[in-house]
Design a protein around this ligand. Structure first.
Ligand code: HOZ
Length: 420
């Protein structure tokens, strides 16, 4: 495979965009080589600027649960173009989307639409602080909640990929409001509550971690967080930006039967366009401006373009529960082929091949993976037309546009690498 056009574009991009990319993981820094510039997506495939075709297991980092350009979303976008793209004023379709979210996530009695997962997490955090009158947050090492200042502490995703534990530019006083503890470690959470009585506003957690690679919650972990929050008067916030509408229509909270106080959503609720949401109990959300004193706003929030795409996606998913059966079957088929020396973590259609023989249950165990070997694997697969996340510390995502033949091809390429 040739990547000469991508290489050329990178040279040009680096002159006007830091690193030539608009989000750091895309730069291939931890796997080496040149990021691939994409020209087109169709179904389960991406075509790059050199004309190479790939089976796509990134799916725009999660939202493309139906693959690229699903007919329902494209049709909705065509229709809305006749009406307008952004009014900065309320529209009826925003109500429909908020109702669809409430219907799928009964814990979200009230919903506010925003534009990205970062905004959703940041806003939920502010609301938790404003509502409780407390300043501290518990988060988990290796979890990532967007590039919110105070949450860039031992964060996963891009920071993990680049080997950074914190970001420059975050004042120490902001970082000091975050207590970071190991994922799946209830004792550490309990200790934090004991050490900071009546100061912890919330626990922010990815109910299935996707940003240190895929790491499932241990049995009892989420229920334990729920109990601790209730006991100590803190809010439990589920960051379901990745898991919402993916692990099931009602997300991880429906899958595991846990009711958080607040939820952040993104990715799928935009059907591939930028939109996100946060919400929770009405008694909490009624503290958000203009009803209450916690300020949060946005010109593009609820714009008709993204709302229409999201609504089309959610409507389709609700009407087609067989999508989830298919995703489960395809993902199980692919992950069943895990060879010796590799640990495969999977929940539904999110999964990671960790290059370590040992269980991966938290950030420390994820970091024991052989990232050099992962980089070799990544390029082997790329050369054979399989596009994986260019980082050991990201999840792979299956789409309903993948076929059994795609899965068998992917599995065969992976086996060939591991047996070579
Ligand atoms: N940090 C994002 C995934 N966890 C990657 C975003 C992107 O590069 O688009």
């Amino acid at each position: 495979m040739q990547f000469s056009r991508s290489a050329e574009l990178l040279q040009r991009a680096r002159k006007s965009i830091p690193g030539g990319v608009n989000s750091p993981v895309r730069a291939f820094r931890s796997v080496g080589g040149t990021p691939i510039f994409m020209a087109k997506g169709e179904g389960a495939r991406l075509i790059d600027e050199d004309g190479n075709s790939y089976l796509d297991y990134i799916g725009s980092w999660g939202p493309l649960i139906l693959g690229h350009r699903p007919a329902c979303v494209i049709e909705a976008l065509r229709e809305v173009l006749e009406i307008g793209t952004s009014f900065g004023a309320p529209t009826e379709r925003e109500i429909h989307l908020a109702e669809a979210v409430r219907d799928a996530f009964p814990s979200m009695e009230m919903v506010r639409l925003v534009n990205s997962g970062t905004e959703a997490a940041m806003s939920a955090l502010r609301v938790a602080r404003g509502f409780t009158g407390r300043d501290l947050t518990i988060k988990f090492e290796g979890c990532y909640h967007g590039h919110v200042d105070s949450l860039l502490v031992k964060a996963g995703s891009g920071l993990a990929t680049l080997g950074l534990s914190d970001s420059a530019g975050v004042p120490a006083s902001f970082a000091a409001t975050t207590i970071s503890v190991p994922y799946n470690n209830l004792a550490a959470v309990e200790q934090a509550f004991v050490q900071h009585p009546n100061q912890i506003a919330c626990i922010m957690v990815e109910p299935v971690a996707g940003n240190m690679g895929c790491v499932p919650p241990a049995p009892g972990f989420l229920a334990g967080l729920r109990d601790l929050c209730t006991k100590h008067g803190a809010l439990l916030i589920f960051d379901e930006v990745m898991t919402g509408f993916r692990l099931s229509y009602g997300g991880a909270q429906s899958l595991y039967g846990i009711t958080p106080d607040m939820t952040a959503l993104g990715k799928i609720i935009g059907g591939g366009l930028p939109i996100a949401a946060y919400g929770g109990k009405a008694e909490v959300m009624l503290h958000v401006a203009p009803e209450g004193p916690i300020y949060q706003a946005g010109t593009l929030s609820g714009n008709p373009l993204a709302v229409s795409a999201g609504l089309a996606m959610l409507t389709y998913l609700k009407a087609h529960p067989e999508v989830y059966t298919k995703l489960e079957a395809l993902s199980a088929r692919l992950c069943a082929t895990a060879p010796a020396g590799i640990t495969v973590n999977r929940v539904g259609s999110m999964f990671t091949w960790f290059f370590t023989p040992d269980p991966v249950t938290d950030y420390a165990s994820a970091k024991r993976a052989d990232t050099k070997r992962f980089g070799e694997f990544f390029h082997w697969m790329l050369q054979r037309g399989v596009y994986l996340a260019p980082s050991q510390f990201e999840a792979a995502f299956m789409s309903a546009a993948h076929t059994e033949a795609d899965i068998d091809y992917t599995a065969a390429q992976a086996q060939a690498f591991l047996c070579a």
